[in-house]
Structures are given as C-alpha cells and as structure tokens.
Design a protein around this ligand. Structure first.
Ligand code: E4P
Length: 217
C-alpha cells in the first residue's frame, strides 16, 4: 500500500521524504488555507519536492470551470492529479480531463456507488472519506471494503485512496482490505513507527550492551 501525506505543510513533506516512505501528497482547500501561504506558491513548492502524485483540488462548481482550472494545474507538473468533487458536473469534468491524459482524483466520496460512478467515468483515483463517516456514526472502512469488491467485480482500475484518516487503525484496516493508497495527516504517519514495546526493548538492549566486555563501538 502506498503512503500519501494529506497536508500543505512543506516541513512535514520534507520529514516524510527523509524517512523514505512517502509516495505522494494530497491537498485540499482547507489544508492549503492552514499554511497561510499563497496557493500557487505552496503547490509549486510541493511539486518541486515530490516525485509521486500530488492531488490539487479545483474550486469551481461547473464542469467547464473545473476543466479550465484542472488544465492550469496540470501545466504545473507531470505528477499533478486534479482533485474533483463527486458531483454530476465533477464527473463530466473527470471524463474530459482524463480523455486529455490529465489524471483526476474524485474526492468527497461517501458511498460505494459514488465510487462506482467515479470508476465508470475513468477517474485515476477515488477518495472515500472514512473519518468523516465515522464522525457521523457510520462505518467508514465498510465503504472501502465495498469499493474494493465492486472494483474487483468489474475490473475497474481506478486506484482507491483511503482519505480522511484519523488514526493508525485506519491505516491498518486500509492495508488489510487491500486499498491501493492511504493518505494520512503527518501526526498519523509519525505514530505508525511507534510501539511502547519497541521503545522499552531499545532501552533494555542499550542497558545490557553496557555490560558487554570489550565493546567494538
Ligand atoms: C484527502 O484527500 C482529503 O481531502 C482529506 O483526507 C480530508 O480529511 P479530513 O476529513 O480530515 O478533512
């Protein structure tokens, strides 16, 4: 499973790249707003750092506007993925952009059938929002399971990005289900490394190492 960071923060992206576990980045207008920086400045900086797919969201309501914005974004780099909301106009835009070789990511997906529509439209990626579903007492991961089954049934090759991730259990479940990608906030990625028994084990080994005679280093 690929790991994407869901962020607009450059320092977070640099840290994940340094760990060597970053496959791509997803952004949205809220994440860009959090940086307090101009939109294009942030996007260009992310694209300079990251080789893998970088999703950047359009903000128009109609297909024409989404396509226009999508084309402008795609000019910024070969790895730009145009994020399009799951609406009838969005699905029209997806078909047009994909027909011109511009990859799209259908976002704000909250049901398996919405994902099926995105797949039928030929979207490169689809983003089910698991955390926001959990927030309203739904089972977010269930729709990921359903989407995997539907895509297998019909050999749809749209990649599934598990999004709106809140904690490491979401990442574990995404991997067990076989989702292609999990996009997560930086604090969740950091938590994936840790286990209290790992910390305790290192402490004990280092303590015992002190007792070993003639240590080479
Ligand atoms: C990613 O593509 C989404 O924009 C993001 O995961 C949404 O997450 P949130 O529900 O934490 O805002």
């Amino acid at each position: 499973m690929q790991f994407f960071l869901d962020t607009g923060m450059i320092d977070e992206i640099k840290q994940a790249l340094d760990w060597g576990i970053l496959d791509g980045v997803t952004t949205n207008p809220s994440l860009i707003a959090k940086t307090g920086r101009p939109f294009m400045e942030v996007v260009k900086e992310i694209l300079k750092l990251v080789d893998g797919p970088v999703s950047v969201e359009t903000v128009a309501n109609d297909a024409k506007g989404m396509v226009e914005q999508g084309k402008r974004l795609a000019e910024l780099g070969d790895n730009v993925v145009v994020k399009i909301p799951m609406t009838p106009e969005g699905i029209k835009a997806v078909q047009e952009l994909e027909s011109e070789g511009i990859p799209t990511n259908v976002t704000l997906v909250f049901s398996p059938v919405q994902a099926l529509i995105a797949g039928k439209a030929g979207a490169s990626f689809v983003s089910p929002f698991v955390g926001r579903l959990d927030d309203v007492s739904n089972d977010g991961m269930k729709i990921v399971r359903d989407i995997v089954q539907i895509f297998n049934n019909y050999e749809i090759d749209t990649q599934i990005i598990v999004a709106s991730v809140r904690h490491p259990m979401h990442v574990l479940e995404a991997a067990l289900i076989g989702a292609d990608i999990c996009t997560m906030p930086f604090d969740v990625m950091k938590k994936l490394f840790h286990h209290p028994l790992t910390d305790r084990g290192i402490e004990l080994f280092l303590k015992d190492w002190e007792k070993v005679p003639q240590r080479p280093f």
